[in-house]
Design a protein around this ligand. Structure first.
Ligand code: UGA
Length: 355
């Protein structure tokens, strides 16, 4: 650390802030960084880690020398470098004279990216990050509920989302219905914002619903299998995909983990396959067979659930090799990713989400 401190004045803090049992953010890594940095008016801590609103203020209370700049990160896993280099916006928050000079320098660093730079106070910068993730998660839970109602009334959620998304005020992104959102960010940040509000005495009702809808959405798939197979006791179910989304091996808060556990408790034998995420899953998925390929997972299956939209799943020979391997041609497409018409005409019973 001495070497770093003598060479640099802007210290970007990028440690993780995982959720605690109560849903608050665990700031122990941030605290470790602060202990190592100490207090100095030659340095500023530039906070990229996602922290509760008020964190910057409380750090400044304890360290009046150290500059503090909030600079939340908006990149997505799988497209991190592109998102960093081509941001929609850069948010820079600072309070008071001691930090604004440092904030000017942080803004200068980002200027070459050509993105809009939002200069604001620290609490607002912290809130922009949490509110953005919570809003995107709300969009997903909203479209998932539209999907569930569409199933009842005979509408197709993919058509509905297309029609809604063309309204500029709504926009087409994050309107893909599916098996619920996962990952290390949305579930954690939605809970953290709800908890943060709760700590001030405010009950954030909407976020409570967003979380609940997401949990129920993960479990709806079981009902779709039961609709066609009856009891799942002794049935063999293939899960295609473990990662919380494609192009990452991250299985934190992944729907696949909840599904595998629920299927096992219904008495099913579960076989899973993921092109990259199986190593991480091995220790978490006791009693589940980890297959070496998608075909291996589908061998003898009474039903298949597509959990992660890896492109290789679309390229499988559904009409030939897969059909020959499966015991019952039942596919629950948890991401509306496969070609429904093609599967139906090949003889599958196909269930999507909201179609
Ligand atoms: C998310 C945000 O998109 C980033 O802007 C943010 O910086 C990041 O969290 C973070 O806070 O660090 P990430 O978790 O990598 O990024 O993944 P997303 O691409 O946002 O997807 C999150 C989950 O939502 C996935 O499980 C995905 O399958 C699901 N999703 C996404 C849907 O179910 N429907 C959609 O239409 C979009």
């Amino acid at each position: 650390m001495d070497e770093v401190l003598s060479a640099a004045q802007l210290l970007f803090c990028c440690v993780d802030t995982p959720p605690t049992y109560s849903g608050d953010a665990d700031l122990s890594r941030v605290e470790t960084v602060l202990e190592e940095v100490g207090d100095s008016n030659d340095h500023a801590l530039v906070m990229k880690s996602t922290v509760p609103v008020g964190t910057g203020r409380s750090i400044r209370r304890d360290r009046d020398e150290l500059g503090y700049v909030s600079n939340p990160e908006f990149l997505k896993e799988g497209t991190a470098v592109k998102d960093f280099m081509e941001p929609d916006r850069v948010v820079i928050g600072s309070d008071g004279d001691g930090s604004s000079g440092f904030a000017d320098r942080v803004a200068k660093l980002y200027e070459p990216l050509g993105a809009p730079i939002i200069r604001t106070d620290v609490a607002s910068a912290e809130m922009i990050k949490l509110a953005s993730n919570a809003f995107l998660a709300t969009k997903i839970s909203f479209i998932n509920e539209i999907a569930n109602v569409s199933e009842e009334v005979g509408a197709d959620v993919t058509e509905v989302a297309k029609g809604m998304g063309l309204d500029d005020r709504i926009g087409p992104k994050f309107l893909r219905a599916g098996v619920g959102f996962g990952g290390s960010c949305f579930p954690k940040d939605v809970s953290a914002l709800k908890q943060l509000a709760g700590n001030t005495g405010y009950h954030f009702q909407l976020l409570t619903a967003v979380i609940e809808v997401n949990e129920l959405q993960k479990r709806r798939t079981i009902g779709k299998l039961q609709k066609h197979l009856g009891s799942l006791v002794g049935k063999q179910i293939a899960l295609l995909g473990l990662a919380f989304k494609p192009d990452t091996d991250d299985i934190r808060e992944a729907t696949s983990l909840v599904l595998a556990a629920r299927l096992q408790s219904e008495g099913a034998n579960v076989r899973v396959y993921d092109p990259v995420a199986t190593d991480r899953a091995r220790e978490l998925l006791g009693g589940v067979t980890i297959a070496e390929s998608a075909l291996d997972a589908l061998d003898g299956a009474d039903g298949a659930v597509l959990v992660t939209e890896w492109s290789e799943f679309r390229e499988l020979d559904w009409g030939g090799a897969v059909m020959e391997r499966m015991a019952t041609p039942l596919v629950v497409d948890g991401r509306n990713f496969l070609d429904a018409d093609l599967l139906r005409s090949a003889g599958y019973t196909y269930e999507g989400v909201g179609r």
